[in-house]
Design a protein around this ligand. Structure first.
Ligand code: NDP
Length: 330
C-alpha cells in the first residue's frame, strides 16, 4: 500500500483526498513499465488547475495528479533502468490521462523517464521541476532561433512564478541582461538576487495595447499569454523572438500580425509535455551544468501531500513565489 493524493469527481466538483492505495491499482503500460518509489513531486500551475478543478485538466477519474516526480527505480522491465537508479519524469500526460507524481509510488513507461544527472538530488530535481525544465526549453528555443547576449534586453513575464524565476536565473547566468515583469514588485530584491537587472510592473503589459509599440526587447520568455503576450510581440525589436509557454493571464492571444510581418519577430511555442526525449535530456543536462544548487534551493519551499490542496488554491491566486516541492513521504 502507498499514499496518494486522489482526485474524484462529485457532482461536477473535483474533490481531493489522501488515500491509501494498493500497488496493484497502478496501471501497466505494456511490458516496458518502471515502478518508481517517488521521493518528491511538485506543484505546478497545471497541478493547481487539476486539483482545484478550475480547468478540466483531468481526463480520467479517479486521478492521482502531479505532472512530475523524482525518485528511485524499484522494479523495471525497461532495458535502460535498473532498481536503484535515480530518475525524473515530466509530462507525458501524467496527472491528466494517467496517474501522476503526487503519490509515494508511480508506474510509468520507461521511455517517459530520464536518468537524473549525477550532480542533482531527487529533491533538487523537483525544486527545478517541470517549471525549471520548461524555462530551460524556452532559453534553448530562443538561442536555437539565434538570440545572443549582445542583442539586447530579454524580458521574462510572470517572473516570480516557477518558470519565470528559473528563466531569470538561467538567462542571467548565460550573460543576458534580464528584465523581470511581475505583479509583485515587493519581490524585486528576490528577482535581483536571481539575476534580474531591472523590474517592470506587470500592469504595464497586461492591458490591451497598440499593434506595434516602441521596440524594447531583443527576446522574451512569456509565462502569461493573453494581452501580455500580444504586448510583448508588439514591443520586440526587429527580428526578435518570444518563447511562449504559459497562460497565467489567459489562453487568448488578442494580437495582430503586424509585429510578424513588419518586424519579422518570431513566436516560438514551447511545450514541455510531449517534447522529444533528446531535447529533454539536453535540457536536464544543461540545468545540472549551469544552475547553481544555491539558486535551486532559493526558489523552493517544501510542503506535504496533505498540504497540496490548499497550496494549489493559493498557487492559482498567485500567492506563491518560486517553486513548491511536495515531500510525498512526510
Ligand atoms: P506559477 O503559478 O508559479 O507562476 C505564474 C506567474 O504568472 C505568477 O507567479 C505571476 O507572476 C504571473 N501571473 C499570475 N496570474 C497572472 C495574471 N492574471 N496576469 C499576469 N501575470 C500573472 O506557474 P508556473 O511558473 O509553474 O507556470 C507558468 C505558466 O507556464 C502557467 O501558465 C503554466 O501553465 C505554464 N507552463 C507551461 C508549460 C509548457 O509545457 N508549455 C510547462 C510549465 C508551465 P508575478 O507574481 O511575477 O506577476
Amino acid at each position: 500500500m502507498f499514499n496518494a493524493l486522489m482526485l474524484d469527481k462529485q457532482d461536477d466538483r473535483t474533490v481531493a483526498s489522501i488515500q491509501s492505495i494498493d500497488e496493484s491499482r497502478l496501471a501497466s503500460h505494456g511490458g516496458v513499465d518502471v515502478l518508481v518509489r517517488v521521493d518528491f513531486s511538485t506543484l505546478n500551475y497545471k497541478d493547481g488547475l487539476a486539483i482545484t478543478g478550475k480547468i478540466p485538466v483531468v481526463r480520467k477519474w479517479p486521478m492521482v495528479p502531479g505532472i512530475d516526480f523524482a525518485g528511485v527505480v524499484e522494479t523495471s522491465s525497461h532495458p535502460d533502468y535498473q532498481p536503484g537508479d535515480k530518475v525524473v519524469m515530466n509530462g507525458w500526460g501524467a496527472g491528466e490521462t494517467h496517474w501522476g507524481g503526487l503519490a509515494q509510488k508511480a508506474r510509468v513507461p520507461g521511455d517517459h523517464l530520464i536518468a537524473l544527472p549525477a550532480t542533482i538530488t531527487t529533491r533538487q530535481a523537483m525544486a527545478v521541476g517541470t517549471a525549471g525544465y520548461t524555462a530551460m526549453l524556452c532559453v534553448q528555443a530562443l538561442e536555437k532561433h539565434g538570440v545572443a547576449t549582445q542583442d539586447g534586453d530579454v524580458l521574462v513575464t510572470g517572473a516570480n512564478g516557477g518558470v519565470g524565476s528559473f528563466a531569470v536565473a538561467i538567462l542571467a547566468k548565460r550573460g543576458y541582461r534580464v528584465i523581470a515583469s511581475t505583479g509583485r514588485p515587493e519581490e524585486a530584491a528576490r528577482l535581483r538576487e536571481l539575476g534580474a537587472a531591472d523590474i517592470v510592473e506587470r500592469a504595464t503589459l497586461s492591458e490591451p495595447g497598440k499593434p506595434l509599440q516602441k521596440e524594447r526587447w531583443a527576446a522574451a520568455v512569456d509565462c502569461v499569454g493573453s494581452h501580455t503576450l500580444a504586448n510583448v510581440c508588439a514591443s520586440l525589436r526587429y527580428g526578435g523572438a518570444v518563447a511562449a509557454c504559459g497562460l497565467a493571464q489567459g489562453m487568448d492571444l488578442p494580437a495582430t500580425v503586424a509585429p510578424f510581418i513588419l518586424r519579422g519577430v518570431a513566436l516560438l511555442g514551447v511545450d514541455s509535455v510531449y517534447v522529444p526525449r533528446e531535447r529533454r535530456v539536453a535540457a536536464w543536462q544543461a540545468i545540472a551544468d549551469e544552475v547553481p544548487v544555491a539558486t535551486i534551493e532559493r526558489v523552493a519551499t517544501t510542503i506535504t501531500l496533505a498540504d497540496a490542496p490548499e497550496a494549489a488554491a493559493r498557487l492559482l491566486r498567485g500567492e506563491i513565489k518560486g517553486r513548491v516541492i511536495v515531500d510525498v513521504n512526510a
